[in-house]
Structures are given as C-alpha cells and as structure tokens.
Design a protein. Structure first.
Length: 84
C-alpha cells in the first residue's frame, strides 16, 4: 500500500482531500484525520494520473491549509507514486 506521509510536531485533527486533476470525471476522496502527529494518507485507491492533496486543519484556534500536487503511475500492474 502506498502512502503520502507527513510528520507534525503537534496532534493533527482535520481533513485530507485528494482531487484527481486533468480528467473529465474527476475522482475526489475525503479522509477525516485525528492522530498524534504522524499522518499517513493512503493513495492506493487513486487512479493513474495527476492529483492534488489539500490538507485543512485547526491548531490552537488557527486555521491552516496545505496543498501539494503528485502523480500516480501504473507500472507493471501496480500503482506507484512517481512524482511529488
């Protein structure tokens, strides 16, 4: 299973949105997250192509948003993260 991994210096409670880019019928996945700082977002269900990750969270009454694009390719029948 493939993951996008992030390590926060504080507990993380928020939402991760995975949005497929450059497609006529975009796939969108939302994951609610509540953990102690290590964030692993599974991307095994992501179709081959370009994606955008959007993290939204609140910490100490401040709202944060982080975005990152990545690409999933299908190599020998297995999906793998090739570009971040």
């Amino acid at each position: 299973m493939k993951f996008l991994k992030f390590n926060f210096s504080h507990p993380f409670k928020g939402r991760a949105n995975l949005i497929q880019l450059n497609t006529f019928a975009p796939q969108s996945l939302t994951i609610l997250i509540d953990n102690d700082g290590l964030l692993e977002i599974p991307i095994s269900a992501c179709n081959t192509g370009k994606w955008r990750l959007v993290l939204d969270w609140i910490y100490e009454e401040n709202t944060f948003c982080y975005q990152e694009n990545f690409e999933v390719s299908n190599h020998l029948g297995y999906s793998s993260l090739i570009n971040r």
